[in-house]
Every structure is written in C-alpha cells, then in structure tokens.
Design a protein around this ligand. Structure first.
Ligand SMILES: Nc1ncnc2c1ncn2[C@@H]1O[C@H](COP(=O)(O)OP(=O)(O)O)[C@@H](O)[C@H]1O
Ligand SMILES: [Mg+2]
Length: 281
C-alpha cells in the first residue's frame, strides 16, 4: 500500500454548489520515501489538497488513506494530532509558524504539546537545529533572523515532531535566492534521510529535484511523471499557465524555430553542448 492514497477526492468550499468544486474526482498515490513536486497555477487547488491530506479541511467526498489511516474517519483531537505528527506541513510565510520569542522554545513547542519527556525534548531540539544548520542560533530571537533562517527554524519545529512526511506548501516562495537555495538543499537532505516529501512550488528548477512531478489544474491531475517526462510537454504546460524550467524553455524555442534539439534539458553543460553544436562556440 502507498504511504498516501487519494481516491476520487472532491472538495467544494461552498458545499451546496458543486459547480464550484476546487478538487474534482482526484486520485493520486504517494509512495513512502518519495519526493513529489506538486505544480499548478494560482488557485489550482494545491493548498486545498495539502489541507485535506493533513486534516485541516474535512473530507467531503472521496477518500484519503494516510499510512493506513482513513483520514475521513478521524474523530477527536488525539487522532488528528497523530496524523499531523506523522505528516508535518511547512507554509509559505515563516512568520505565521513561529510562536515563541526564543528559537529553541519555538522548536520545543510541538513536542511539548505531544507530552514528550523534557530530556527527550532537549535532545530533539538540538538534533533538529543541527539538521537545519541553526544550532548556534538556539537562543536567538526568531524575528531577528533572515527569511531563510526563519523558514529553517520552522522546518526544525516540524522535524522535532519526527514526522514520516513533510508537505512544503510554497515554503520557498517568500525567500531571497540564498534562503531559497538553503531551504531546497535542506529539503533534499530531508528526503535522503527517508522522509516522504511533497514540495508545492512555482519554481520549475526546484521541481527538477523531485522523483516525480504532478501538475494539477482546476482541481484535476493534468500531467504527472518524471521531471523529464513532464517538462518535455512544454506546450501542454503553457496551456495551463505554467512554464518548463528555463533551459528546457530555451530548447523548446529552438525546436519551434526549426532546430533539431532534445525536448528536455538535463542540465547546463548538456544544453551548452546542444547550443554549441548548432551555432559554434
Ligand atoms: N477558504 C476558502 N474559501 C473559499 N474558497 C477558497 C478558500 N481557499 C481557497 N479557495 C479557492 O479554492 C481554489 C483553490 O485554492 P488553493 O487550494 O489555495 O489553490 P493553490 O494553492 O493551488 O493556489 C481557489 O479558487 C481559491 O480561491
Ligand atoms: Mg497555495
């Protein structure tokens, strides 16, 4: 069984009006340990899907099984906490996620709520801070840190819950290039440590790091597959308001101009080779 199994899921914010469904009969499986990038233009339903998986929104129609638990049958706070401990979420704005005035207290907050022993909490706080490269900021005030550092603290807070899966909902969108790169390399390390990653992003280069890319449009799966498969479909991506990564867009423009080139750029050096073979050095 997959780690997350979504079957025939539909959701409407206005439950009485099914013409306004945000998610339409969507089915998707996510394997344990997989790194999935979820793409789609603004309003396509990505955050809604993430909130349904983590029990922030109630399931109206269809089914989500997360690690064997039927999310729609969850009743009571305890089962809901168990789900959220298993599947953590990191949001766009780190300021919305930081609760305490000292970094280490912020990270201790989640495990404290779970009733974890104080000694174990201290261990988790240190391990999580070390994992995100912020150990020396343990006693700093979160509001004085950069956006990227704050987001790494928010991620440490989720790691301290020892989740099996983390959903990043545009967690890099508000960051400067350095903060973005730091958080992306952290996401890759989290994936390599065996945690299932769902990365919702607008940045196509970030999606290249994933095992699988899932494009959603108007609440339906539009395209899914490996990054090379999905990003080879440039015209289809354009039709739903998305672009391929810049180097693949370049190849696509060359193909449109009549040149015989690959449909997907696997990296800078390969693309430079292609361009040099056409135009010389
Ligand atoms: N709380 C809400 N109440 C009503 N409509 C909402 C709410 N949240 C999102 N929507 C609508 O649902 C659609 C999908 O939103 P969302 O899941 O946030 O998309 P995405 O994350 O892909 O940008 C949009 O049309 C949005 O306006
Ligand atoms: Mg969103």
């Amino acid at each position: 069984m997959s780690f997350i199994e979504i079957k025939n899921l539909s959701h409407a914010y206005n439950e009485d009006d099914h013409r306004e469904e945000t998610i339409h009969d969507l089915s998707l499986s996510i394997e344990r340990g997989e790194f999935v990038a979820l793409l789609g233009h603004n309003g396509s339903g990505k955050s809604t899907l993430a909130k349904l998986i983590t029990g922030i929104l109630d399931i109206q129609s269809g089914q989500i099984i997360a690690d064997g638990t039927d999310v729609s049958k969850i009743s009571g706070e305890e089962e809901l906490f168990a789900l959220r401990r298993k599947i953590g979420m990191v949001f766009q704005n780190p300021d919305d996620q930081l609760v305490a005035t000292v970094v280490e207290e912020d990270i201790a907050f989640g495990p404290e709520n779970l009733g974890v022993e104080p000694q174990e909490i201290r261990r988790r706080v240190r391990n999580s801070l070390r994992a995100v490269g912020m150990l020396k900021y343990a006693r700093h005030a979160p509001h004085k840190l950069s956006g990227g550092q704050k987001q790494r603290i928010a991620i440490a807070g989720v790691l301290a819950m020892m989740p099996e899966c983390i959903i990043f909902d545009e967690a890099t969108a508000m960051l400067d290039p350095k903060g973005r790169a730091d958080v992306m390399s952290l996401i890759s390390r989290i994936h390599k440590a065996g945690i299932t990653v769902v990365h919702i992003t607008h940045n196509m280069n970030e999606a290249l790091a994933a095992d699988r890319v899932v494009v959603i449009n108007e609440g339906r799966i539009f395209l899914e597959g490996t990054p090379s498969y999905v990003f080879s479909h440039v015209d289809e991506l354009h039709s739903v308001g998305l672009e391929a990564p810049p180097l693949t867009e370049l190849l696509h423009a060359l193909a449109a101009a009549g040149y015989s080139v690959p449909a997907f750029s696997s990296g800078v050096s390969d693309t430079v080779d292609v361009v040099e073979s056409l135009f010389g050095k």
